[in-house]
Design a protein around this ligand. Structure first.
Ligand code: UT7
Length: 333
């Protein structure tokens, strides 16, 4: 059974933003016991962007959203809602969507944050599409923005090298009949929680001097466990999208996987029997930007002319929770 929206709804514009500061692998090797060779061969990452102190996820999100609005040729007042997808909100509350709303001047919009870790953007996109398909809202912005350096352990080589800061944004609207989002599937399984999490800073373990001293406000990950689930689940959910819509993998124009590790992405593409030039990738220069990987990879692929109107595009994500999801689109513009 496909998940069909009651209207044709799709992405009508994209935007992105990265902070200026480039941090290459050699610079990280000054902070932790690692090497350029290890990071490139195990992850495909060469460099990433880091914010300067005092910059929050909303600041990156605002820039990405402004670019998407410009590309669509509309103003912030034309937005009915803003969904901010992030695991690194500026503050626990108010929501980052409120901060973005005020900074862009979207005076008629409501909004909220959505956190499903690295699957946040795909869950946010399906939520936005459902809001538009309901007929209650016309234009919804989905902003994936994360300052991963705010929760990175600068002493942990296992995780520090993997992440970067950035933001991507899309505008979601009704599109020409037969185009836009054709299908999606989303999953959550809390048995994966111990493998990728931030132990302190929430209601269970509020911040104390001890939790801070123990680096419990940082990312903790069992990389191997996440790796094998990510390959299997991103490949399976993408295959499901293609099979149940009777689309041959060779007719897929672009596969946009979550950018966590180039080996994970390539293994998933291989299981789909897709040539690697059909896979969107920006991990080499930007690392894993969590909620921003999918919209930025999509934005860059569009900029490179890799997608035209009518092309089939599949998004796939996997993240902490565990959460994962896939989405099939027939590109609308
Ligand atoms: O977006 C959220 C989802 N996250 C992911 O999808 C990440 C999934 N996992 C991965 O990408 C990979 O598991 C990693 C890149 C995190 C690790 O790669 P791996 O091939 O699975 O390496 P490993 O965990 O087996 O570690 C091998 C060795 C270990 O040393 P010992 O214990 O064998 O002596 C690590 O301590 O590599 C060591 N290591 C490093 N060495 C140099 C781990 N990180 C580094 C490092 N530099 N940065």
């Amino acid at each position: 059974m496909t998940r069909t929206l009651s209207k044709s709804v799709g992405i009508t514009a994209t935007g992105q933003f990265y902070p200026e500061r480039i941090v290459n692998n050699q610079e990280l090797a000054l902070l932790v016991d690692t090497s350029d060779e290890w990071i490139i061969s195990r992850t495909g990452i060469r460099e990433r962007r880091w914010v300067e102190p005092g910059v929050g996820s909303s600041d990156l999100g605002v820039e990405a959203l402004n670019m998407a609005l410009n590309n669509r040729g509309i103003g912030a007042d034309d937005l009915d809602a803003i969904i901010a997808c992030t695991v690194t909100p500026d503050m626990l509350f108010p929501c980052t969507a409120a901060l973005i709303q005020t900074k862009v001047g979207a005076s008629k919009a409501f909004g909220f944050d959505l956190n499903a870790a690295c699957s946040s953007f795909i869950f946010g996109l399906s939520t936005a599409a459902s809001l538009v398909a309901s007929g209650a809202y016309k234009r919804v912005a989905v902003v994936g923005c994360d300052v991963m350096t705010s929760i990175a352990d600068k002493k942990d080589r296992n995780t520090l090298v993997l992440f970067g800061d950035g933001a991507g944004a899309v505008i979601v609207e009704e599109v020409e009949a037969g185009y836009g989002i054709l299908d999606f599937e989303q999953r959550i399984d809390g048995r994966g929680a111990p493998y990728l999490y931030m132990p302190a800073g929430g209601s269970l373990k509020p911040a104390t001097a001890e939790t801070v001293a123990a680096n419990q406000h940082c990312i903790h990950q069992n990389g191997k466990e996440v790796y094998k689930n990510a390959v299997r689940d991103m490949a399976e959910i993408s295959r499901l999208m293609l099979d149940r819509n009777a689309i041959d993998p060779k007719d897929l124009k672009l596969f946009v996987p979550h950018q966590a590790n180039n080996r994970i992405m390539e293994a998933a593409a291989k299981r789909l029997e897709l040539p690697l030039d059909r896979m969107a990738t920006n991990i080499e220069l930007f690392a894993n930007t969590t909620s921003a990987t999918l919209p930025t990879a999509l934005h860059q692929s569009l900029g490179a002319g890799k997608v035209q109107k009518g092309d089939y595009v599949v998004l796939a994500a996997f993240g902490a929770g565990f959460t994962w999801g896939g989405m099939l689109m027939k590109w609308a513009y």
